[in-house]
Design a protein around this ligand. Sequence first.
Ligand code: FAD
Length: 400
Amino acid sequence: MSHFVVVGAGQAGSSLVAKLREKGFDGQVTLIGDEAAPPYQRPPLSKAYLLGDMPRDRLFLRPEAYYAERDITLRTGAEVTGIDPNAKTLTVGGETIGYDQLALTTGSLPRRLPDAIGGALDGVHYVRTLADVDRMEPEFKAGRHVLIVGGGYIGLEAAAVAAKQGLTVTLVEMADRILQRVAAPETSAFFRDLHASHGVTICEGVGLTRLTGEGRVGGAELTDGTVLNVDFVIAGTGILPDTRLAEAAGLTCDNGIATDEQGRTSDANIWAAGDCASFPHNGGRLRLESVPNAIDMAECVALNMMGEAKTYVPEPWFWSDQYDVKLQIAGLNTGYDRVVIRHAGEDLSHWYFAGDKLLAVDAMNDARAFMVAKRLLAAGKSPDPMAVADPATELKTLLR
Ligand code: FAD
């Protein structure tokens, strides 16, 4: 009987094994993860779960019984420490397991603040795993001062939760503006104003020089010379694809584990999907860090492990929740040369164009703009930018 093994029991890993069974794969399936918990969703870790608005059991992607019921062997708390692609085996806890096909869904690792600048002090936190958040949760007490390093989505979402809970929040962003890597100045400005209205201090163009304290963090020195007293620190300084196993096994890596358009790595029997994988796109390589990509790529890889030879075509979208604003993003804005702002009553959306071609849309509490944009992008259609900007335009007419 064929044995398919999946390493990394997160969003992609769980989706992959589910798809194998849904499509009738009747061989042996093993899903191995090094975290203690069964596969869970990460987005609430910096949103509802951190705020205390979501119970722990709602985080899990599937009930634990799901795996056993489908004859999927789920091994949690088990780190795979090596792969031998020639022997088609992997090592976990001193045990050697054979595979016929292997998928790597190892996700990503947060960039850590270097020890040399105080990164190893107690009270320095990351928001990647359930264990990270459970460790950090007791720090969230009204009146305390949290320093957030990094003005990307994770840092901003953590800032919103902390501000809502009555903490004093300072966020530093080394780049000229928050969300610089992912959004237009207009979107950065919207979220800067939103946070300011909730009392969060955002310092842009300011980095962290070092954290200070004896054993535990108590202060921070910033690149503009500011010295702060802080009770704890959250680093939201980006992530790196977890390619450690793949590299050690000699697989080609290029901003992630490099796959072909079907998700196959440089070894014919090993596949990759999710945050850890980069795949061919528009003549280059793309790696996405999002739930929709983790699910869609993993499901495509599942079919290909079963022999379908399906090309993975991503339809990128993303979301972020901050205070009472839901940001929904359709598409990828890379290469945009202008942003068209649509403000229709309460609805606000920013439309990214390269020439006349629509690339992406940021919709702030505007689900309709998001849905229309997603459909336009999927169909490869670009609306007239003038019509987009006109609040009198009924959005649905753009689809015609
Ligand atoms: P992961 O879910 O990270 O799973 C990888 C798993 O593999 C991990 O459990 C890891 O420990 C395990 N692993 C690694 N190496 C080994 C090994 N050697 N042996 C065994 N196990 C191993 N995306 C959105 O689209 N919208 C959001 O709003 C959003 N919010 C987010 C908020 C937070 C706080 C975080 C952390 C992420 C957020 N994301 C969001 C991103 C999204 O969660 C990820 O893109 C998604 O989880 C990627 O899935 P994955 O399966 O590739 O990786």
